[in-house]
Design a protein around this ligand. Sequence first.
Ligand SMILES: NC(=O)c1ccc[n+]([C@@H]2O[C@H](COP(=O)([O-])OP(=O)(O)OC[C@H]3O[C@@H](n4cnc5c(N)ncnc54)[C@H](O)[C@@H]3O)[C@@H](O)[C@H]2O)c1
Length: 278
Amino acid sequence: MNTYHTHVSLSIADKVILITGAYGLIGQTIASAFLAQGAFVILADIDESKQNKIENEISRNFPASQFLFQKLDITDKKSCEQTMTAIIQKFGRLDVLINNAGLDAKFDKESSKKVNQSRFENYPTDLLQKSVDINLTGTILITQYACKQMIKQKSGNIINVASTYSVVSPNQNLYDFGDGNQNYKPIDYVASKSFVPNFTRYLASFYAREGIRCNAVVPHGIYNDHDEAFLKNFAQLSPLGRMCDREELIGPFTFLASNASTYMTGSLLTVDGGWTAW
Ligand SMILES: NC(=O)c1ccc[n+]([C@@H]2O[C@H](COP(=O)([O-])OP(=O)(O)OC[C@H]3O[C@@H](n4cnc5c(N)ncnc54)[C@H](O)[C@@H]3O)[C@@H](O)[C@H]2O)c1
């Protein structure tokens, strides 16, 4: 049998990769791992307060020719445009866009107190709007700018970061810590991330004949200093019985960014320890 492609490579060396939300938990992990594998990486984020520390660390380990730190607000057209201009000036092309920036109601020790704990019927619509602006509209906006460049190149690869809550409902028992106060994973996150799987399929079909492919990673529960009550609930509800270590995302992201996945488009790569399997 004839094959169209004989060389299957997991190498991402020399690929130019834009990571949005690069100063966050997943973004930082993926950025460092990609740099270590020889990729050119644009670390783009709205939160400049985290930049110095991350930039110092990356500068110690990698040459300046390999990375670009870029202030980016994915909800702002001008900022998206400036980001693309800076990328083309420095690297001349964009091979991979990782749509990772997002607003999430998190339950690690530091963040859980900030989550609005209204029940669904009382949840404030201004919070819903904020999540939609970032997770949905912002994701579409930066993708539009990246696609304009990828169309010119006749090649591109988009990786969206979904969530298990893009495909199933939160089990609210995960957020009951036995202290008499039921916590809730709110609707804003679920609503604004639910679009990601179909956005992935939309882009995959829209651009299939233009050399641009699009897939999504579906992570669940990355460990980041959660307290014992949360970890205990999580262990009971998860088939693998534990949260995801951030390092466990490197393989799936590398695979989708590499040419080993060239026949994949419109797919969801689920990395959830079996959460959605039962
Ligand atoms: N952490 C998890 O357990 C988990 C699980 C499933 C899915 N996810 C998804 O993974 C992605 C990254 O999550 P994380 O845990 O690293 O989150 P994080 O909060 O640690 O990082 C998100 C980053 O996005 C940036 N950001 C927010 N608004 C932005 C904007 N308008 N423009 C540019 N950057 C902006 C923030 O400054 C932050 O650095 C999100 O899309 C999230 O929905 C996370």
